[in-house]
Design a protein around this ligand. Sequence first.
Ligand code: PGA
Length: 221
Amino acid sequence: MSKKLFIGNWKSHKTVAQTHDFMWQFAKLVQEHPLPEAEIIICPSFTSLQQCSEFVRANNLPIEIGAQNISAFEAGAYTGEVNAQQVKEYATHVIIGHSERKRLLGETGEDIGKKVHQAHDSGLTVILCVQDENDTVVDGVKIIAYEPPSAIGSGVPDTPEHIAEVFEKLHEKYAGARLLYGGSVNEKDVKQFLAIPHLQGFLIGGASLEPQRLHELISLC
Ligand code: PGA
């Protein structure tokens, strides 16, 4: 059995100073109460990637760092974009295809395909978000996060029964990929998901912003 994966998606939260506070407190919690059964990935904003990565290295913490997005293009004249090679200096993973980017920023399936290729070419591991079992999954993706848009940030997660149905279909199609659930996962009711077949972890938004909440959530699993 591989370890469960816990990915904290901070979205557009935290300044560098707030990132430092979080990392400091979370490191202390992990040192006092280790989480050996968990694989933890923190995904901050681009502006905090360097700090998170250096903090983790300097303190030898069992945490990996991911970005929340990358450019669909390689290095070049693409104002405002951050490319996969730049992210790779600080991160091992990247979230691609989050439904907020599709809904609010018009990200298309074609964009997502290009980003996955950029990530793979640079050696980043892709965490691909899908809204259901029919979303396209580009070849070679190793981590798939099922995130029904209605469950994200709403406080109302999908039911374990429905997640199990979706996972069954995803597992049939993409047997090699690790399947995560995301959408209003919190420390109060995370346990209800643990018996879902094929579940290998969680993508956590709001509940990953506070070190105590994230640590408690992981401890319960
Ligand atoms: P949430 O976000 O846990 O705040 O619902 C999850 C996500 O969007 O990744």
